[in-house]
Design a protein around this ligand. Structure first.
Ligand code: AMP
Length: 420
């Protein structure tokens, strides 16, 4: 199978050649012909499978072939995504793939001024990538019209629902023409997503490139049990001992993200953060610096890091386990991309046993536990397995406190005090 045999036009083929894409990924091989044929599509594909090109390439082709015919404030193709970072990333992919095409494209998300977005929309757009909230703001101010809309893409639909965008999505759907093509991409397919697909899609082509609710096979996954308070110390220990390069670290809360980054920076480790409390330009800058290899450790919350495509990321660390088990799959998908191997390591404390059990049930695998000498937890993490086994009461081991149980290195405390 080649891109030529999929019927892609010359300007796109030249671009793919420059990018070094030799053949279509499975999701592209299945989705491109369906999108070109104007079919609706329901695709179970997570980030890393090449799903962005799977919808961007055929849509760019159709928009070009049909000729530019966009009226003021009109949008021909709308791509909805859950987060600002993903909006920027998907928009950049459209720009890259469409570099040789005469199309007008833009991106709209919150946290930045709405005026430049309104200006861009004035002449109309062939492609608008947007987050639901900002799109509705633009719509309520008559800055965007949907009369000429041909295609709606829902990217990471599951995440949009997880983030509570359900009402915004309903409002957007109500504003769109009924006659249109709809493409729905989701990493996981819950019953709610299936219901939404049932309401939105007409006779869709179904594409499933990773079985439902599985993590990427190429990713080696393991867990270390540890007491909660010793997680920062264990992370630094593993970083040094295993000579990790760039690591994306997931922490549950925004505050936790900053605390860990403070600790790492105080130890002279080059770390940056992305989370919802950070202004958008700073979030993008941190991401760009991480992608450019200028930052070794990027500490993030789920929301901010969802869907990010970072090349050749060898390690993902779950400093905290996610509350929603599906997020484990999304996090793990940050590594082992496009056939590369990767590692996803979870630091698990006794409080997190329920989350661990839920993850193991969802992924139908028991996470291998690897003990780290000197970090054996005082509060044991009960045995879990993929069948949902989790002993009720964690047993407390009576162990003398070792000198290694210093939680936050002194330098970090001083640094964070100074900052306050
Ligand atoms: P995505 O799943 O859309 O986030 O894409 C994951 C990564 O795969 C991106 O960095 C793309 O540039 C890359 N990619 C997409 N399609 C191909 C392909 N056919 N061959 C090689 N790399 C690809």
């Amino acid at each position: 199978m080649s891109f030529v045999s999929l019927g892609l036009i010359d300007p796109l083929l030249r671009c793919l050649d420059t990018l070094g894409y030799q053949k279509p990924t499975p999701v592209q091989a299945q989705a491109i012909p369906a999108v070109l044929a104007k079919r609706d599509l329901m695709a179970a594909a997570q980030t890393g499978t090449g799903k962005t090109a799977a919808f961007a390439l055929p849509l760019l082709q159709r928009l070009t072939m049909e000729g530019p015919q966009v009226g003021s404030n009109a949008v021909r193709c709308l791509v909805l995504v859950p987060t600002r970072e993903l909006a920027q990333q998907v928009y950049e992919s459209f720009c890259t793939y469409g570099a040789n095409l005469p199309l007008r494209m833009h991106v709209a998300y919150g946290g930045v001024s709405i005026n430049p977005q309104m200006m861009k929309l004035r002449k109309g757009l062939d492609v608008l990538v947007a987050t639901p909230g900002r799109l509705l703001d633009l719509y309520s101010q008559n800055a965007v019209k949907f009369d000429a809309l041909q295609t709606l893409v829902l990217d990471e639909a599951d995440r949009m629902l997880d983030l509570g965008f359900s009402r915004e999505l309903d409002a957007v759907f109500a504003a769109l023409p009924k006659q249109r093509q709809t493409l729905l991409f989701s990493a996981t397919f819950s019953d709610v997503i299936r219901k939404m697909a049932g309401e939105l899609l007409v006779n869709p082509v179904s594409v499933e490139v990773s079985p439902r609710n599985t993590t990427v096979k190429a990713v080696k996954q393991w867990a270390v049990t540890v007491d909660k308070k010793r997680k920062p110390e264990l992370f630094m220990h593993l970083l040094k001992k295993r000579r990790w390069g760039q690591v994306l670290v997931f922490v549950k809360t925004r505050k936790g993200v900053e605390q860990l980054a403070d600790i790492l920076q105080a130890e002279g480790i080059n770390a940056d953060t992305i989370h919802g409390d950070k202004p958008q330009p700073a979030r993008l800058r941190a991401l760009e610096r991480f992608k450019a290899g200028e930052v070794q450790i990027l500490v993030a919350t789920d929301v901010a890091a969802r869907g990010l495509d970072i090349d050749a990321l060898p390690q993902v660390v779950n400093f905290d386990l996610p509350i929603v088990a599906e997020d484990y799959i999304h996090r793990t998908g940050r590594t082992g991309r496009a056939g590369a191997t990767g590692e996803a390591i979870s630091l698990v404390c006794a409080d997190e046993v329920t989350q661990l059990a839920a993850i193991e049930m969802l992924t139908k695998q028991t996470l291998q536990r690897i003990d780290e000498a000197g970090f054996e937890p005082e509060h044991r993490v009960p045995v879990t397995d993929a069948g949902g086994k989790a002993m009720k009461k964690p047993k407390k081991l009576k162990q003398p406190k070792s000198p290694q149980q210093i939680i936050v290195p002194k330098a970090a405390k001083q640094a964070s005090r100074k900052r306050r």
